[in-house]
Design a protein around this ligand. Structure first.
Ligand SMILES: [Zn+2]
Length: 311
């Protein structure tokens, strides 16, 4: 299951990572209602399939033992033993995982990262979600909160971030960042935009990452420049990641990755130029995610299978 701020999505996933069936319900705001919604979706799918375990991918800080959610900005849970509570409700073993970690596992087992030993997943959406895998196992750090790559500082004193710091990577390289950059460029270069300015009619609030990508595809010079900025910051950030982690493959996921043809080659060039020892060391391969918007569902199910069904 992928438990997000807007919807609770579930899939029945087999051992090859194929999604056989799906169900979805809107995310309710109350805590009990959220548990009810999750239980309801599990029961709906169990009526049609034999289910052995449940994996929950959540956009949340998960405790190192992965039984409890510490905090989830868009969900009702606050220090809640989610895994045990849902397990009790549905009578099945439950695995809990951060959604970016689940996506990283899915892409490693069945997608773009297959067969890699040292892999990173960078999901570009509202912010940056990241997962690190070593020999196929998630790296979580000593206290279970790694990696927070989106909050690496790339511009000291730069754009303010919801985390309280300034200049975080995700403020320059995400769907939200793409829109912010486009808004800045539109203000600085009035009359230059051919598509975006018309579509958004002077309302900065209506500029979204998706709109910028669409306008870039249609040849809007301002949107294309915003895209080039994103490519630059993706490359710069990947160079930092490579300096610490030296991955053999980086999987670019999230909504923004659907427009990868507009920025990935350029990002690769920036990355190759910015990494320490440029030109004298092997570089990570950059790939786009292959499993689409079901990647967290597949990853959560796979982790649940590996934890509970293969003992
Ligand atoms: Zn931050």
């Amino acid at each position: 299951m992928d438990v997000g701020g807007t919807s609770v999505r579930a899939g029945v996933v087999d051992e090859r990572g194929s999604v056989l069936d799906t169900a979805r319900v809107g995310t309710p705001s109350g805590e009990n209602a959220l548990d009810d919604a999750i239980t309801g979706v599990v029961e709906e799918l169990r009526n049609r399939h034999e289910v052995g375990a449940v994996g929950l991918a959540v956009a949340a800080f998960v405790r190192p033992d992965r039984r409890s959610v510490m905090f989830a900005p868009h969900l009702a849970w606050r220090a809640v033993p989610v895994a045990d509570r849902i397990a009790k409700r549905v009578g099945l073993p439950v695995t809990l995982e951060h959604d970016a970690n689940a996506a990283a596992v899915a892409e490693h087992r069945f997608g773009a990262g297959r067969g890699s030993r040292v892999a990173a997943l960078i999901a570009l959406g509202t912010g940056i979600g990241a997962g690190l895998l070593l020999d196929g196992t998630l790296f979580r750090g000593a206290h279970g909160v790694a990696p927070e790559l989106g909050h690496l500082c790339v511009v000291p004193g730069g754009r303010p971030c919801s985390c309280g710091k300034y200049g975080c990577w995700e403020r320059y390289c995400s769907g939200t960042a793409l829109a912010a950059t486009a808004v800045e460029l539109l203000a600085r270069h009035p009359g230059r935009s051919t598509v975006l300015a018309r579509e958004t009619a002077g309302d900065p609030g209506s500029v979204t990452g998706r709109r910028v990508a669409g306008a870039a595809r249609d040849g809007d010079p301002i949107a294309q420049r915003a895209m080039a900025e994103l490519a630059k910051w993706l490359g710069e950030g990947l160079a930092l990641v490579a300096d610490v982690y030296d991955p053999e493959i980086v999987v670019i996921a999230g909504g923004v990755s659907e427009s990868a043809t507009l920025f990935l080659d350029e990002a690769r060039e920036h990355y190759a130029g910015a990494v320490t020892g440029a030109g004298h060391r092997p570089l990570a391969r950059l790939r786009t995610a292959q499993l689409g918007d079901q990647t967290a569902i597949v990853g959560a199910a796979t982790l649940a299978r590996e934890e509970h069904l293969r003992r």
